[in-house]
Design a protein around this ligand. Sequence first.
Ligand code: FAD
Length: 466
Amino acid sequence: MDPVHVIGAGLAGSEAAWQIAEAGVPVVLHEMRPARMTDAHRTGGFAELVCSNSFRSDDWEHNAVGLLHAEMRRLGSLVMAAGDASQVPAGGALAVDRDAFSDRVTERLRAHPRVTVEIGEVAGLPPSEWSSVIVAAGPLASPALAEAVRGLTGEDALSFFDAIAPIVHAESIDMSKAWRQSRYDKAGPGGDAAAYINCPLDNDQYERFVQALLDGPKSEFKDWENVPYFDGCLPIEVMAERGRETLRHGPMKPVGLTNPHRPDEKPYAVVQLRQDNALGTLYNMVGFQTKLKHGAQSEIFRTIPGLEGAQFARLGGLHRNTFLNSPRVLDGRLRLKADPRLRFAGQITGVEGYVESAAIGLIAGRLAAAERRGERLDTPPATTALGALVAHITGGHLEGGRGSFQPMNINYGLLPPLDEAGPKRGEDGRRLSPTERGRAKKRLMSLRALRDLDAWASGRASRAAA
Ligand SMILES: Cc1cc2nc3c(=O)[nH]c(=O)nc-3n(C[C@H](O)[C@H](O)[C@H](O)COP(=O)(O)OP(=O)(O)OC[C@H]3O[C@@H](n4cnc5c(N)ncnc54)[C@H](O)[C@@H]3O)c2cc1C
C-alpha cells in the first residue's frame, strides 16, 4: 500500500500520523526540525508546545475544550494519551511537562512499525508521486511551503500579523440595552436589514472607554520579518492613540442607527457586533482587533452598555499566523479543492490552539487512512466538538471572506443549540440561577456530543466490518 505523507510533526501532524498508522496504513512523517528551526520552536522533538504548557480545562461536562479532550480520548488520540501520562498539577486544567510530553509523542511514533520519519524541509509543493499528503506545517510553516500552497489557492497571502477581534456569545448580550439594526437599515446579501447588534455609548461613557484603551496594558509581540499586516486590521488602541475622536469616526461611528430603547437620544458612539457563525450563536466585535492583554480586554469591553455580562468565545490578539481561507479553499473532507491529494490539518486550517490543532489532525488522519483503504468515512456530526470544529472551518463560518474568517478555539457556540430550552429547575425543585442554567445546558450539550460521537464511531466500525 502506498504511504500517506504527513508534513510537520507538530500537534496536528503527530496525531494524524498516529491515526493513519493505527488504521493499518503506512505513513511517512516529514519534520524539518532540528535541521531547520522555526521562530518559536526550541527543540527537535515532535509536538513541541511553543508557549504555554496547558491543554486548558479538562472538564468535559461544562467546558468545550474539556469535551474535545474526552472525544479525542475515545478515539485513541496519541496527543491525549501522552498528555495524560505527562500531567502536572493544574487544578481543573490539563497541564503537562512539555519535555516529557514531546518525548512520549516522539518515542511512540518512532517505535510504530508503520511510521517512517524523515527529517528535512518539504520546500515547495510535495512531489507528484506522493498521492496522499497531509500538510500540517502549522502557523509558522516554512516560507517555501507556504508560498507554494498560496500559489494553488489564488489567495494574496497566507501569513499575516493577525490582529484579531473578540467574539461574544450572543446569549450573553443584554438586549434591553442593545438592539438589532444594520446601518441605514441596509439589507445584506441574506436580505436581513437587522444583521448587526448595536451597543450605544453616551459622551461620558465614550470618553472613559477611550481613556481605558489608552491606559490599558498591551501585549508585546515578536516582530517576524517580511510578513504583511492584515488589511485594515489596525488595533483599536492604536486608533485611540491617533486622536480621541478617531474611533467615533471609525468603527464606533453612530451614523445610520436609531436606538429603539431611547429613540429621542442620538447615541454618541456605537459598538457593532456582527454575526460570526451560521448558527447565530456568536457575534464578533466589528473593528475591535486589539493587542490589549486579555484581562484588560474583558474588563474594558464589559464597560460597554449591553456587554456588562459578555461571555467571550475568544479575546483579541496579535501574532503571526499562516492559515488558509478554509471555508473557501477546502472541501468538507479537509482536501484542497484545487489539488485534492493535499489534505490540511492543524492551525493552518484556521483552528486555534494545541488541542484544536491535534483534533483536526486526528480527523484528517482518519479521513486519509479511510481513503487509502477504499472505505467511506463521514466526518463526525456537528453536535460533537470534533464535528463542530470541522464544520466551522469547512463551511459553518459565514461568508468565508478573507476579512472575516479568523482562527477559532472550540467553544459551545460552534455546536447547534439544544432542541429544548434546558432545565429551569434543579433536581431539588429549586429555580436555577442563570449561571446554573448555563452550566446545565453545557452538560446536556456535552452528553449529546459523546452519545453522537459513539454512534459515529460505531457506525464506522460496522462499515469497516461489512
Ligand atoms: C508563538 C506562538 C505561541 C502559541 N502559543 C500557544 C499556546 O500557548 N497555547 C495554545 O493552545 N496554542 C498556542 N499557539 C497556537 C497553536 O496551537 C500552536 O501553534 C500549535 O502548535 C499548532 O499546531 P500545528 O500542529 O498546527 O503546528 P505546529 O505544532 O507548529 O507543527 C508544525 C510542524 O511543522 C514543521 N514544519 C513547518 N514547515 C515545514 C516544512 N516545510 N517541512 C517539514 N516540516 C515543516 C514545524 O517544524 C512544526 O514541527 C501558539 C502559536 C504561536 C505561533
